[in-house]
Ligand binder design. Structure first.
Ligand code: PMP
Ligand code: GLU
Length: 397
């Protein structure tokens, strides 16, 4: 059997794999609690669902322009102007089947074989694989918890070579929830202008930043920086629309054209009904977003406080998104049921098997002394999960 070396070398998404396992266990009737996938637990707001029903009833059910309708592109431009102070025209926007698709388009549009992409880590599981799929070379730049999970500019600069074409700035970050301080983004942007490096700014969690903070968008620094930046965003996280599959990019018009051309052959337009619903999300009332954000913030505060009161584990306060990286270094080397906790994989496996709690091993994000909890779940589940964590730790020898 012949198989593509490229495709067969790609690992499955660990976050989605854990989510499938959790959902399968739940379907079997097990009392399992899921902190795996980063997916808002809220339903999609009513007015967005109504817009989709309207689209079906009014036959907005045909092919649209491949890179999205003029209306959704205008809605995206309005969003950028209103929320980020960034001026784009419809020709700068490509609407795709989720931000994952947007990221694949972006990398495909700028990379040639062997080109390097700097990925600050801990990083989301999909970035390195996406770079490989686009024939690029992922260059991981690690950072520690003590550094606030953000690599210093010196570390980033040291990773630049004459093959560096892009850097991925995920702000706020999945899996750490940390936001780059504005000064750090200015230093990164200056380096990118100096070396002519594209910035892929994944801002999918931008609306989920807490304690009165506002996310700073790197493309706002200057026209030069904006021209080098491909902003990636989407409706999945902000509007609890993960299943609808709408993401988008804003970039210079030349790149947008290249991405749109590829999309016209690969997938054609994103779903026409979902596009219509996404317009309602972007231009309609934003109160539901604020309500979800307030709930996430309350959960974050509660979870961080409780976790730091449990002996053997700890975490730093994340700025945004809905993830917490729990430090398990004190538990490494301990034993449970004859299995030694050698790292985050063993921890996550035994925690799921014994206590029926699903978390994602940090190893998938580049740190083996952490596991990721998503707090996009109810307070009740959060307390249940943490009670079970206490029980798990008490069984370790
Ligand atoms: N970027 C990051 C950092 C994410 O966590 C996700 C979550 N799936 C995505 C992009 C993609 O989101 P979607 O494809 O659902 O728009
Ligand atoms: N991005 C989310 C996560 O990290 C959803 C799953 C995925 O797309 O990877 O859990």
């Amino acid at each position: 059997m012949y198989l593509s070396e490229k495709f067969s070398s790609i690992s499955p998404s660990a976050t989605l794999a854990i989510d499938s396992k959790f959902k399968a266990m739940k379907a079997e009737g097990m009392d399992v609690v899921g902190f795996g996938a980063g997916e808002p637990d809220f339903p999609t707001p009513r007015h967005i669902k109504d817009a989709a029903i309207f689209a079906i009833e009014n036959n907005i059910t045909k092919y649209t322009p491949a890179s999205g309708t003029v209306d959704i592109k205008k809605a995206v431009c309005e969003k950028f102007l209103k929320e980020n102070g960034l001026e784009y025209k419809p020709e700068n926007i490509v609407v795709s089947n989720g931000a994952k698709h947007s990221l694949n388009n972006a990398l495909g549009a700028i990379l040639n074989p062997g080109d390097e992409v700097i990925i600050p880590a801990p990083c989301w599981v999909s970035y390195p694989e996406m770079v490989l799929l686009a024939d690029g070379v992922p260059v991981i730049v690690n950072s520690t918890e003590e550094e606030g999970f953000l690599p210093t500019i010196e570390k980033i600069r040291a990773a630049v070579t004459d093959k560096t074409r892009a850097i991925i700035i995920n702000n706020p970050s999945n899996p750490t929830g940390m936001c780059y301080p504005e000064e750090a983004l200015r230093q990164i942007a200056a380096l990118c202008v100096e070396k002519n490096i594209y910035i892929i700014a994944d801002e999918i969690y931008e609306s989920l930043v807490y304690a009165g903070r506002k996310n700073f968008s790197i493309a706002t620094i200057s026209e030069e920086v904006k021209d080098l930046t491909i902003v990636v965003n989407g409706v999945s996280k902000t509007y609890a629309m993960t299943g609808w599959r709408i993401g988008y990019t804003a970039s210079n018009a030349r790149l947008a054209k290249v991405m749109g051309n590829v999309q016209s052959h690969a997938t054609s337009n994103p779903n026409s009904i979902a596009q219509h619903a996404a317009i309602a999300a972007l231009t309609g009332p934003q109160e539901p977003v604020l309500e979800m954000k307030a709930a996430f913030e309350e959960r974050r505060n509660h979870m961080v406080e409780r976790m730091n009161n449990i002996d053997g584990v700890s975490c730093i306060m994340p700025d945004g998104a809905f993830y917490i990286m729990m430090n398990i270094s004190k538990l490494i080397g301990k034993e449970i049921d004859g299995t030694v906790i050698t790292g985050s994989d063993a921890f996550a496996e035994k925690f799921l098997e014994i206590e029926k709690v699903a978390v994602v091993p940090g190893k998938s994000f580049g740190t083996d002394i952490h596991v990721r909890w998503s707090y996009a779940t109810s307070m009740e589940n959060i307390d249940k999960g943490l009670d079970r964590l206490e029980s798990f730790i008490s069984k370790l020898k």
